[in-house]
Design a protein around this ligand. Structure first.
Ligand SMILES: [Zn+2]
Ligand SMILES: [Zn+2]
Length: 238
């Protein structure tokens, strides 16, 4: 699930020929410079204690979470899914810019301090093997590796599989997303049984993918499931 050695080698070779430029300000030197990391848009202070949608009082429950049951304990995120985070994630995911995992994962690790979520195992949202083969890396796995590098949390990438090939969520409306994800994941019971799982994903918009993962993990016997994402879409309509 990691970046292939061929991809890493070709990246190192390209770096020798063309020094990296910051994906936001284009300054030469790093794939994402420290100044730009500092100014990326954070989530507002007052977010729903469960799903991180904006609310009036911090950690109160939003209207969505008051209305319906939710299989996750909580969804936390580092950034708001707005420009330039949106473009950065696009590059990271679709333009082979896997080197962005380091600064972005480091930012997630930094913001994880003080989140106060019970965790005994970290699981990245898996890609379907077909999509993994095409992309060559799983962006969520790379972020999870960074988080576990900075915090002593066990990484268990084999505990959850994507068992159904689904259309990319980005092509679908909010209503279709949940349907698209039904039965898409399966957990390995002996690995997840009794564990307090932290799912890692790059983006959370409607939460449909995380909900489907959480349902599979709870079916497999997990004690609880929370999620931590690089970015969260905070539009009130979602
Ligand atoms: Zn920059
Ligand atoms: Zn909520």
């Amino acid at each position: 699930m990691a970046v292939s050695s061929w991809q890493r080698l070709s990246q190192q070779f390209l770096t020798l020929l063309f020094p990296p430029t910051c994906a936001v300000c284009k300054r030469v030197g790093e794939v994402l410079c420290e100044d730009c990391v500092r100014t990326l848009p954070r989530l507002p202070e007052a977010v729903c204690g469960r799903c991180s949608r904006p609310v009036k009082r911090p950690f109160s429950l939003c209207a969505h979470c008051q209305k319906r049951p939710f299989p996750l304990q909580t969804i936390r995120a580092t950034y708001r899914y707005v420009s330039p985070v949106k473009e950065l994630i696009h590059k990271f995911k679709y333009e082979n810019s896997f080197a962005l995992a380091e600064p972005l994962g480091q930012a997630m690790a930094g913001a994880w301090l003080g989140q106060n979520v019970a965790v005994t195992a970290v699981i990245p949202v898996p890609l379907h093997p077909k999509r993994y083969k095409k992309r060559g890396y799983n962006q969520s796995m790379l972020l999870a590796q960074q988080l576990c590098h900075y915090h002593p949390l066990p990484l268990m990438p084999d505990a959850l599989q994507r068992v159904r090939f689904t259309r990319p969520q980005i092509e679908l409306g909010a209503d279709q997303r949940q349907q698209n994800m039904q039965q898409a994941f399966a957990a390995t019971p002996h690995l997840v049984c009794g564990q307090h799982i932290l799912l890692i994903d790059d983006v959370c918009t409607t939460g449909a993918t995380l909900i489907a993962c959480a349902e599979a993990l709870l079916d497999g016997g997990a004690a609880s499931v929370s999620a931590y994402c690089l970015a969260r879409a905070v539009s009130k309509t979602q």
